[in-house]
Design a binder for this molecule. Structure first.
Ligand code: PBG
Ligand code: ZN
Length: 333
């Protein structure tokens, strides 16, 4: 047998060839994370004069509205895509009326941000739970259940207030049925036709929201959110929710949480032609942060791996508490 024939018999796939050096690995990366596709959640608190660390989200603060510019400075310098604003009001009531107040923390922060031109997309979360005394995402009936249709006009009015104050995008996270259509109609009816709607369309009733509820002071005072947020086992239903929100006029849709729902992201990406966002939620962040604190995982590697997994699954945009860190890490590779 000739030497060549003998060699050919022993040929097998040598996957390691393209992993041999950092340069080869970098060239052949199939998915590239970029800072531009990351959104940083930011909490603005009407009651504060100084930033206050959030114990459940190490490295994050609640910001006084007056300091929103310093957050934007850092975000713009890092080159991330945008900010997602959450508000904590001075006062709460049963209907969450403070969410609609044009002088509330989110509209005030939005007006300050609009004065600047730093290339960030400003997204305003639209929900009532930070503003209701009971912590649910909608208004309650006498029996304590959340009244879907009574909630819709409040959400629409909040969205209009945020759009007027300068939000590029409003992002309803309440999971009431019909809110995208209601919000779109309210925006269009008030001449705010250019404001985009990013719907938290497939939002699951998740244990991973724990740290956020401390950060935003929005834990329900009784019961849970399982009658409006989705049941974790259901991916077909998630697709139906996503498609319904696109049909109602959503410009982009979100899957939330991200890590435990990568299959939903992949299916959404295959089936829909609008941008797909994923929210790597507070518990996903906190779990990595806590394990890294104990020395059980490398913070940077675990964070970047979790984010590239979300991008690989199909997310075009990722909302993440790692946004600023990730931008710095990506710049230094
Ligand atoms: C409230 C809201 C929640 C999150 C975003 N908007 C919490 C919830 O639904 O209880 C979670 C975000 C996170 O955990 O980072 N509508
Ligand atoms: Zn809510």
């Amino acid at each position: 047998m000739s030497v060549i024939a003998e060699r050919r018999e022993t040929v097998f796939r040598r996957g390691r060839r393209l992993r041999r050096s950092p340069a080869l690995r970098r060239l052949f990366q199939e998915t590239r994370l970029s800072a531009a596709s990351l959104i940083l959640p930011v909490f603005v608190d009407a009651r504060l004069r100084e930033p206050e660390p959030i114990a459940s989200l190490p490295g994050h603060m609640r910001w006084p509205v007056s300091l929103i510019g310093s957050v934007a400075d850092r975000a713009a310098a890092a080159g991330i895509g945008g900010l997602l604003l959450f508000g904590l009001p001075a006062d709460k009531d049963d209907r969450g009326e403070a969410a609609l107040d044009p002088l509330g923390p989110v509209p005030t922060a939005l007006r300050a941000l609009r004065e600047r031109d730093d290339g960030l997309v400003i997204v305003a979360d639209v929900c009532l739970c930070e503003y209701t005394a009971h912590g649910h995402c909608g208004v309650l009936r006498a029996d304590g259940s959340v009244d879907n249709d009574e909630t819709l006009p409040l959400l629409a009015e909040a969205a209009v207030a945020y759009a007027r104050a300068g939000a590029d995008v409003v992002a309803p996270s309440d999971m009431m049925d019909g809110r995208v259509a209601t919000i779109r109609a309210a925006l269009d009816g008030t001449g705010l036709t250019e404001t985009a709607v990013l719907s938290y369309a497939a939002k699951f009733a998740s244990a991973y929201y724990g740290p956020f509820r401390e950060a935003a002071d929005c834990a329900p005072s009784f019961g849970d959110r399982t009658t409006y947020q989705m049941d974790p086992p259901n991916s077909r239903e998630a697709l139906a929710e996503l498609a319904a929100d696109v049909a109602e006029g959503a410009d982009a849709v979100m899957v939330k949480p991200a890590g435990p729902y990568l299959d939903v992201l992949t299916r959404a990406r295959e089936k829909l032609d609008v941008p797909i966002a994923a929210y790597q939620v507070s518990g996903e962040y906190a779990a990595i942060a806590a394990a890294a604190d104990r020395g059980w995982m490398d913070r940077r590697r675990a964070a970047l791996e979790s984010l590239v997994g979300i991008a690989r699954a199909g997310a075009d945009v990722i909302v993440t508490y790692f946004a600023l860190d990730a931008a710095a890490w990506l710049a230094d590779r």
